[in-house]
Design a protein around this ligand. Structure first.
Ligand code: ADP
Ligand code: ADP
Length: 232
């Protein structure tokens, strides 16, 4: 589903070159939940942002469903990205738009008909448990509710892949559990492949099938969660 081959990303910081991602190889299979864990600065965020080309790799390949993303033109890439949803640590909602409009945004961009947008948004809000919040603004919601809105928005174009960048790191333990449950439910119900990054072992143990451990830009271990970390 997702093939990352010899991926490398370097940044220039003043006159210093930082190798944020060094020769990473990962294969995420259809329908699995794949986690990448590591300390702050390990390169996790850079890696996951390379999967939808929010960040352009310095070298290496990123293939999604056999499609080589690094060789696509801008319009082709835009189309490919519709099949890849993403959620973030700080939710990245539009604060001046209602919950309904936040979830509708990707559908409006895709020029979906009005009626279809309304049906889809209401279905998604029901799915994430916010059927009665369509008219609210993000500032009126709790952190967990904001992440639910972000998840609904990420699912608007029926993606095959959901990328999660520290999606529960800003949430308390109870809310973290409810968001992880929702992700697991979405994974099972729609067979959506999930790739997530986290610095929390708990997240990996709760929902991931396989895991890669990153240190200083490199993957130092990779395997099933059971193989790499014994469950408590
Ligand atoms: P993590 O997500 O594991 O905390 P990051 O991918 O954010 O790690 O960062 C990996 C390394 O790359 C760090 O040294 C960070 O400072 C550097 N880095 C990340 N993004 C940029 C950028 N846009 N410009 C320069 N350096 C960056
Ligand atoms: P998070 O871990 O929540 O993603 P970060 O603070 O690591 O937040 O990064 C926020 C943004 O800043 C990202 O787009 C990342 O690529 C960029 N970034 C991280 N480190 C640096 C850096 N040293 N110089 C410039 N940009 C950076």
């Amino acid at each position: 589903m997702i093939t990352i081959k010899n991926l490398q990303k370097t940044y220039r910081q003043g006159n210093r070159i930082v190798e944020a991602v060094k020769d990473v190889n990962i294969e995420v299979k259809k329908g699995e939940i794949f986690g990448v864990i590591g300390f702050s600065g390990a390169g996790k965020s850079t890696l996951i942002r390379c999967v939808n080309l929010l960040e352009k790799p310095t070298s290496g390949l990123v293939q999604v469903n056999g499609l080589e993303l690094t060789s696509l033109t801008e319009p082709e890439l835009r189309a490919a990205r519709r099949k890849i949803g993403m959620i973030f640590q700080h939710f990245n909602l539009l604060s001046s738009s209602t919950v309904f409009e936040n979830v509708a945004a990707p559908l409006r961009l895709a020029r979906a008909p009005k009626k279809q947008i309304e049906e889809k948004v209401n279905e998604l809000l029901r799915l994430v448990g916010l059927a009665d919040k369509g008219g609210s603004y993000p500032s009126q919601l709790s952190g967990g509710q904001k992440q639910r809105v972000a998840i609904a928005r990420a699912l608007a174009n029926d993606p095959e892949i959901l990328l999660c960048d520290e999606a529960t790191s800003a949430l308390d333990p109870q809310t973290t559990d409810s968001i992880l449950e929702l992700l697991l439910d979405i994974n099972r119900r729609f067979d959506i492949t999930i790739m997530l990054i986290t610095h929390e072992m708990y997240v990996i143990k709760q929902i991931c099938d396989r895991v890669a451990v990153m240190e200083q830009g490199a993957v130092v271990e990779q395997g099933t969660v059971l193989d790499i970390f014994a469950r408590p």
